[in-house]
Design a protein around this ligand. Structure first.
Ligand SMILES: *Cc1c(COP(=O)(O)O)cnc(C)c1O
Length: 391
């Protein structure tokens, strides 16, 4: 599991603690009391869907959630056998691939359900004499219900018109999605009431019901439903501000100093000359930039941990390089700066973790973006180094 080629850590990299991921998943399973349906869409929020799924297998989740057919196919190709739910509505053009990869789409329209189930009839006739050919497994789907996101899912008023298809092809599950799960404002509970009203209109209650993302699990704990769908909590980002349970950090981003220079008073750093040296300053260059996912919005705002101190980003973050003002910190070329996560003190001759930490949330706040955007923005140019995690 641990990929640690010598050149993985020569320039810049993201380190993923699979042990912490497993810990966070186990904490949510304990808290909710129901099986997990971990959301590993968008390449597991930028951390690598296949290694993340392999590590989560240890927790025996019910299945995995993705956004696209391609993401589901990637997991199947990697040997993941559990159910894989595809949450973004699929166009009919995608049904063939989804069917072949045994994915479970979340559907909500009459046309989509009929086409999805119809695919089976076509496959059956193409498969030869029915008695001698093993039946392909029944294609499964979950019914998506819109209770307030207005993004996807059947609206309550659509359900009477779906009754006959739901009767002929009962879904394996039904789900909805909260728009403000981290808020204690009653909105999730209102959405649940609508979900229950919708369920009452179905010809039969599907066996698997699920509503809660990570923030909803943490806020409400024991689930009333069959499965829970955590995402970002698994990857080390909690709901903050007095949440009863906090995740362990999972992702950290490090880059090495590749250049060091002194600039004199009045000289500037980087494009557009937005950083002006006040007196003689020492500037370090890191081999990481916005093409790696270190966001340009951190220009002149972000900071890094270097040899036990916090140092500011100097000037605009460029595509491949980012400069730091390291005037106050003894350092040399090759030292490791930490842009997200816990610092390392190379001066102490070791990669010992420091006490100071730049959390994903704090860095995202500096960049005026959500932690989701920051994590999913980490580019694949940044090598991923996986540590820990029991099989
Ligand atoms: C992304 C997603 C989740 C997980 O949300 P987090 O806030 O990351 O816990 C759950 N359900 C659906 C439908 C999602 O798209």
């Amino acid at each position: 599991m641990t990929r640690q080629l010598p050149n993985d850590t020569t320039r810049a990299w993201v380190e993923i603690d699979l042990g912490a991921l497993q810990h966070n998943g186990a904490a949510l399973a304990r808290l909710s009391g129901v099986p997990l349906l971990p959301m590993i869409k968008a390449d597991a929020y930028g951390l690598g869907a296949v290694p993340v799924a392999r590590a989560l297998e240890q927790l025996q989740p019910w299945g995995y959630g993705v956004a696209t057919t391609e993401e589901g196919m990637e997991l199947r190709d990697a040997g993941i056998e559990r159910s894989i739910l595809v949450f973004t509505p699929l166009l009919v053009d995608d049904f063939g691939n989804a069917r072949e990869a045994r994915l479970t789409p979340v559907l909500s329209s009459r046309t989509a359900i009929l086409k999805w189930m119809g695919q089976r009839a076509v496959l059956n006739t193409a498969a030869g004499p029915p008695l001698r050919t093993p039946q392909p497994p029944l294609p499964q789907y979950h019914l998506g219900i819109d209770t307030g996101m207005s993004r996807a899912g059947a609206r309550c008023s659509d359900l009477p018109g779906l009754r006959d298809v739901l009767e002929s092809f009962p879904p394996e599950g039904a789900c909805t999605h909260f728009h403000s799960s981290e808020r204690n404002d009653g909105s999730s509970e209102e959405q649940e009431r609508r979900f229950e009203q919708a369920l009452e209109q179905l010809p039969a209650i599907p066996p698997l019901l699920h509503c809660e993302n990570g923030a909803a699990i943490v806020r409400r704990q024991r689930s009333r439903w069959s499965l829970v769908r955590p995402g970002i909590f698994l990857y080390g980002v909690g709901s903050g501000d007095g949440a009863s349970v906090e995740p362990r950090p999972v992702a950290s981003v490090h880059a090495r100093l590749v250049d060091l220079r002194f600039v004199e008073a009045g000289e500037t750093v980087s494009y557009d000359a937005t950083y002006h040296a006040v007196g003689r300053r020492r500037i370090a260059t890191l081999a990481i930039g916005y093409a790696d996912g270190y966001r340009r919005a951190l220009s002149n705002r972000g900071s890094a941990l270097l040899n036990g101190k916090r140092v500011p980003v100097a000037g605009l973050v460029t595509m491949d390089m980012t400069m730091l003002d390291v005037t106050d910190v003894p350092c040399e070329i090759g030292d490791i700066a930490t842009l997200i996560g816990t610092g390392r003190n190379a001066r102490k001759g070791a990669t010992e973790p420091e006490s100071d930490v730049l959390t994903v949330e704090a860095v995202a706040r500096e960049a005026d973006m959500s932690p989701y955007e920051l994590l999913t923005g980490l580019r694949t140019r940044l090598p991923r180094v996986y540590r820990g995690g029991e099989a």
